[in-house]
Design a protein around this ligand. Structure first.
Ligand SMILES: [Fe+2]
Ligand SMILES: [Fe+2]
Length: 265
């Protein structure tokens, strides 16, 4: 059997997506469903409601008044942002393995960065890109769930300078773009998300290179061992930034992401 399929088949507990995410995605797809149905998903899940309101009231969104109900949040944020929050909160329990917490923190950093950059530029699907950033490394969960100790070896080699896809191939005979694309397909995530998960290390191959390139650049930017050389120069110029200003942008993104991480952990 193909190694990627075997790795995905091995991880039964991430085979099905959390039911609130399935419900939220179905509401978004269904033209007959709307704000009320989306709000109900949050309201009927008390722990989701608590996290949801904490995040909505945090400095991440920066509303001046206190938001005390899910329905008010919905009317202020709109359905797409609320769906993004539902997914972000509901994915967290799935990321409880050794090593997953770092994957979760990284997911939030890339999501917050993508949302920030989308606001700076004129990107279509600006609301969708948050979730693309959040999900881009979902394949790492599959590898880590298969063998956390082995994935730790991958992390060590990457810390010593190895290219992540090569290190994963060495230990797992697959990589997180392949396992991620397959799990996204099994979860029936929107095609554009599957595409970004598959090509975020090689955005030129994506059928949505502009969005994929944002994810790629933010992914590089939020790394602890940030190296400006890894960024796409044209992309940075396209944002109207000098190379030195990238450091300020990185700080802003990490500050926003850390607010979200603090509220949700
Ligand atoms: Fe990745
Ligand atoms: Fe990443």
């Amino acid at each position: 059997m193909d190694k990627t399929i075997e790795l995905v088949n091995n991880v039964k507990d991430i085979h099905s997506m959390p039911s609130v995410i399935v419900k939220a995605l179905n509401v978004m797809k269904d033209p007959n469903s709307g704000m009320k149905e989306l709000g109900d998903i949050v309201i009927f899940d008390p722990s989701l409601t608590v996290k949801f309101l904490a995040l909505v009231n945090s400095a991440y969104y920066g509303f001046s008044q206190q938001i005390s109900s899910v329905n008010i949040a919905l009317s202020l944020l709109g359905m797409n942002k609320v769906k993004n929050i539902i997914i972000t909160v509901a994915m967290k329990p799935m990321m409880s393995n050794q090593g997953d917490k770092e994957i979760w923190r990284h997911a939030i950093k890339v999501a917050a960065g993508c949302e920030h950059l989308a606001k700076m530029g004129s990107v279509t699907k600006a609301d969708e890109i948050f979730i693309a950033g959040f999900m881009h490394d979902v394949g790492k969960l599959v590898l880590n769930a298969n063998d956390p100790a082995l994935y730790e070896k991958v992390n060590q080699e990457v810390a010593e300078g190895a290219y992540i896809l090569d290190a994963e191939k060495k230990y797992f005979d697959s990589d997180h773009t392949k396992t991620g694309a397959l799990i996204a397909k099994r979860w029936q995530l929107p095609v554009f998300l599957t595409n970004i998960i598959k090509y975020h290390h090689n955005p030129k191959l994506s059928s949505m290179p502009a969005i994929c390139n944002i994810v790629y650049n933010v992914d590089m930017m939020v790394r602890d061992d940030f190296k400006p050389d890894l960024l796409d120069k044209e992309f940075i110029l396209g944002l109207g930034l000098e190379e030195t200003e990238v450091y300020e942008l990185r700080d802003t993104i990490l500050q926003k992401a850390n607010i979200m991480i603090a509220e949700l952990q």
